[in-house]
Design a binder for this molecule. Structure first.
Ligand code: SF4
Ligand code: SF4
Length: 440
């Protein structure tokens, strides 16, 4: 194993952009190109932008380290052109290194790795594949910062987070992993609106509704958006699958807007959410037949939250069909034609400003600056599974004293997984699916 990859494995580095893929497994490859993903595209979130502004040397070092480990000659940072000041900073840092800067438009979902790889290299990831299948490794900029720290022997114990929306002080900060979400909301000054609020974890488009604010920040958390409980986005998230199915099967007029704006369809993949909507009216074979048009859905939510004029939920219909296909173990073969982007692909990108308006988020669209000050939680709850693969195996017992950075969960023998470390100094008070540490 390459020495860097060993260090990355020991440090518990996983994809910080949301996927949580163990980085040491991703980097065990030989490719020609590494792409640093700084194309943050969820409205209101600023954690990648702020991280690049404050820690550019660490990001650059991470690019160089990973490029060395995977043998990549070509190194590219994908970043939105609107971040002019940060691009200027990187241009200075990258001088003479050959690292390229690929400037992207301010659209959604620029940070999707299928989109980023295509835009930056002109290559299309094969059906069901990964960037490595076409000679690329893609890593989020926070993951690369964690690689730089791992190289110095520092494990992943902190997470960059934006807390924004209906809070008094929108902010981006770095917190110990395992910190309760409620502590972050308090740090951001609490709600700025009266009445009930709800929280989206991970962004307005792809984030999930959080119902329990005692849940912890994990290695894949990216941001928390607080909204009034009756906000459009919260109402949409609260719709049940039976309700979605009932309304969808009667109200969908097959206008095809959902398909015409789908970023994966525009890249040329077989994905047609309007056809998936037809599955809602059937059971059995016809349900399965129309469901196949959902297989390549990345769940970006653009069809449901932007494209559909009837406010139907084709994304959720895709999720339903994909679940059906998985449970029934149905075979899927991609169409027998070369992958080729749609001629309108370059012209149907949805700008963030348009999306922000459509989502009813304009009033919350304020810059969430990074602050050095952080939270000192009295207790952290660290899940043993914060990544793809098997949960880590605990290596500490109740009553044991631990210090920041100490290994508390190891990768099970021979499994895909990631190591877990203590994020505060304290005493272990519970060991189960999570490890609880109370501060000393
Ligand atoms: S955009 Fe809405 S109404 Fe039109 S086909 Fe898609 S789901 Fe149906
Ligand atoms: S969520 Fe909708 S727009 Fe996004 S990939 Fe799936 S079908 Fe396409």
């Amino acid at each position: 194993m390459h020495p860097l990859i060993e260090k990355v494995k020991n440090a518990g580095v996983v994809g910080a952009g949301g996927a949580g893929f163990p980085a040491h497994t991703k980097y065990a490859a030989t490719v020609d190109t590494i792409l640093a993903n700084g194309a943050e595209c969820e409205p209101l979130l600023y954690k990648d932008k702020e991280l690049m502004r404050v820690f550019p040397e660490e990001v650059k070092k991470g690019i160089e380290l990973v490029a060395g480990a995977v043998g990549a000659q070509r190194r590219i940072l994908g970043i939105k052109a609107k971040n002019k000041e940060i691009i200027g900073q990187f241009r200075g840092l990258f001088g003479g290194t050959g690292i390229e800067i690929f400037e992207m438009g301010d659209y959604y979902p620029a940070g999707d790795e299928y989109v980023l790889v295509y835009e930056a290299t002109g290559r299309l990831i094969p059906y069901g594949g990964y960037p490595v299948n076409i000679g690329c490794v893609v890593s989020n900029v926070e993951t690369l910062l964690n690689v730089t720290l791992a190289n110095l022997g520092v494990p992943v114990t902190e997470k960059f987070i934006t807390v924004t929306g209906a809070v008094k002080k929108p902010v981006t900060l770095k917190v110990p992993i395992g910190t309760p979400i409620s502590d972050l909301l308090t740090f951001a000054g609490g709600p700025s609106v009266s009445g009930d609020v709800a929280v989206l974890d991970g962004g307005a488009m792809m984030g999930k509704l959080v119902t329990d604010l005692s849940l912890p920040v994990t290695k894949t958390s990216g941001g928390y958006i607080v909204l009034p409980a009756n906000h459009y986005l919260i109402r949409r998230r609260n719709q049940s699958i039976p309700e979605m199915k009932r309304i969808g099967q009667s109200a969908c007029d097959q206008c095809t807007y959902c398909t015409e704006f789908c970023p994966r369809y525009l890249l040329g993949y077989e994905i047609e959410p309007h056809k998936v909507m037809r599955s809602l009216g059937f059971a059995g074979e016809k349900d399965d037949y129309w469901g196949r048009f959902a297989v390549n859905c990345c769940e970006c939510n653009l069809c449901s939250l932007f494209a559909c004029p009837e406010e139907l939920d084709p994304k959720q219909a895709c999720v339903r069909s994909k679940t059906n296909i998985r449970l029934k173990n149905l075979a899927y073969s991609p169409p027998d034609r070369p992958l080729k982007a749609h001629p309108m692909q370059a012209h149907r990108k949805i700008s963030i400003s348009r999306l922000t308006r459509k989502l009813g988020l304009v009033q919350y669209d304020v810059h969430a600056d990074y602050v050095e000050e952080s939270i000192k939680p009295s207790k952290v709850t660290i899940p043993l599974k914060q990544h793809l693969g098997a949960p880590a195996e605990p290596v500490v017992k109740v009553g044991e004293s631990v210090t920041i950075g100490q290994l508390i969960g190891k990768i099970p023998e021979g499994a895909l997984g990631a190591a877990i470390h203590a994020s505060i100094n304290g005493i272990v008070t519970k060991v189960g699916n999570d490890i609880t540490i109370e501060a000393q």
